[in-house]
Design a protein around this ligand. Structure first.
Ligand SMILES: CC(=O)N[C@H]1[C@@H](OP(=O)(O)OP(=O)(O)OC[C@H]2O[C@@H](n3ccc(=O)[nH]c3=O)[C@H](O)[C@@H]2O)O[C@H](CO)[C@@H](O)[C@@H]1O
Ligand SMILES: C=C(OP(=O)(O)O)C(=O)O
Length: 437
């Protein structure tokens, strides 16, 4: 598995050409877990096969006897999971967040699930108590063992009513998938229905589950005993789309970003527009050139992250980058994950005095036409790591970013896509970098 990777990045390479947004990490990895509840073969299209998170999940499913046919070129995967095994693995070192979504498939096929503790980015406290609540409310017994969580329900899950005390994407997804295998009606209140959750709902429906969404936070699910196979397309990644758009603007390049899910990113785009960025678009693509800056500069701005349809916390670092290149002071508040600021210290190595941060808030002292200084930095989390990659690409020399596998958790075929834009980066094992220097 990809670990201890370092990127060596030469700055001031101007991107030109086309880049296609991949299937969304935060949809694909959930659909993959949900596919395990099907009684037949499932095919997922537009699947970001190279994502580190996807690969950990492939590995886990393989280790448990599931069958996967992965076509990296066509970006499709086929999953057959009727042979899942009831075994305890030697270790549960699979580093992804949504381990809890694997439970329903194992309960349905084996009556028992053993899953790794949820991993994911260290961006503050990330509880999993509400997942336990869902399993227990549906009649399962949960034991937190050394190294893994064991969920037992020999007779399957029973329908129930779930009231979430907070807006939780993961919790909502967990409840949806579990409810799909419980025969009868489950009600989910205060559900968080993000575009990726909608993608999951649409997928579950193709397998024969009846799901009704009323308003924007109430869901009724009628689970079914036999779930048919499905061919389903993963939605494009709105966070990746914002990332390319911001990179396009800051680099002064000429790029077309393809397969942009405009409908799921209206508010984030309005904020770009208000910062003075007016791009050319059609229904699927956006074209970015230096002419997109209405007054030749990025206007400073103030914004806060929140739940969809607002700017989600995962996009926060890219607005911070934008602020660093704006003409004046911008403020970005992250109320969703106030501790998602660790990367700022690393980013400040490129921008020295231009950035200040404290829990939940980041101020940027933007300078029009600033060229960041080359730097040697360490990734702290997925989106922060990608922000460092962009800063390095804009910088005045060669930068080194360690633990760049964090960025590769969320950016499918990153090196390849940059190459298509005429931008070369080198990704090596840490050891090899020492030998190079
Ligand atoms: C794989 C995926 O889709 N990850 C996204 C998801 O994470 P994730 O699904 O983990 O986020 P949730 O929406 O579930 O969590 C939101 C908040 O609820 C808390 N909570 C959640 C579950 C629980 O059992 N107990 C609990 O206390 C979390 O600690 C967090 O503070 O939404 C985050 C917030 O938009 C994004 O940054 C992540 O990219
Ligand atoms: C925080 C993120 O993901 P995860 O929940 O998988 O850690 C992210 O996608 O930015």
């Amino acid at each position: 598995m990809m670990k201890n990777l370092t990127a060596i990045i030469k700055g001031k390479q101007i991107p030109r050409g086309k880049v296609k947004v991949s299937g969304a990490k935060n949809a694909a990895t959930k659909l993959l877990a949900a596919a395990l509840i099907s009684d037949e073969k499932v095919k997922l299209e537009n699947f970001p096969t190279e994502l580190v998170d996807a690969q950990y999940k492939f590995q886990f499913i393989n280790d448990y006897g599931g069958f996967l046919n992965i076509d990296r070129k066509l970006e499709t995967i086929e999953i057959e999971s009727n042979n899942l095994k009831d075994i305890v693995l030697d270790d549960y070192n699979y580093h992804f967040r949504t381990t809890y979504l694997l439970v329903a498939g194992f309960i349905k096929k084996k009556g028992i699930a053993r899953i790794p503790y949820p991993g994911g980015c260290k961006i503050g406290t990330r509880g999993y108590d509400l997942h336990i609540m869902v399993w227990e409310k549906m009649g399962a017994t949960v034991e937190e063992k050394e190294g893994y969580i064991e969920v037992t329900a020999p007779n399957g899950l029973t329908p129930t009513e779930i009231d979430f005390p907070i807006s939780t994407i993961g919790g909502t997804e967990s409840a949806l998938i579990c409810a799909s295998i419980a025969f009868g009606k489950t009600i989910i209140r205060n559900a968080y229905i993000s575009p990726e959750v909608e993608n999951l709902i649409d997928f579950l429906k193709t397998m024969g589950v009846k799901i009704q969404v009323v308003g924007n936070s109430y869901i009724e699910v009628i689970g079914k005993e036999y779930l048919q196979g499905s061919i389903f397309r993963v939605m494009p990644d709105r966070i990746e789309a914002i990332t390319w758009i911001v990179y396009g603007i800051l680099s002064g390049g000429d790029i077309t970003v393809e397969d942009v899910p405009f409908d799921s990113m209206k508010i984030p785009l309005i904020h770009l527009y208000e910062a003075g960025i007016d791009f050319y678009k059609n229904s699927k693509n956006v074209h970015i050139t230096p002419d997109c800056l209405q007054n030749g500069i990025i206007q400073p701005f103030e914004l806060a992250t929140g739940t969809h349809p607002g700017i989600i916390s995962d996009m926060q670092p890219f607005y911070v980058l934008l602020g660093l290149h704006a003409d004046g002071i911008s403020r970005i508040y992250d109320y969703r994950y106030p501790e998602r600021i660790k990367y700022c210290e690393e980013l400040s190595k490129f921008y020295s005095e231009q950035i200040k941060w404290e829990k939940g808030s980041i101020s940027t002292y933007g300078r029009h036409m600033v060229t960041p200084k080359k730097a040697t930095v360490i990734s702290t989390d997925l989106r922060g790591s990608m922000a460092l990659v962009i800063a390095a690409l804009l910088s005045d020399g060669t930068s080194i970013i360690s633990n760049v596998e964090m960025a590769l958790r969320g950016y499918n075929k990153l090196e390849e896509k940059l190459q298509q834009l005429g931008v070369n980066i080198l990704i090596k094992k840490n050891k090899e970098v020492v030998q190079l220097s």
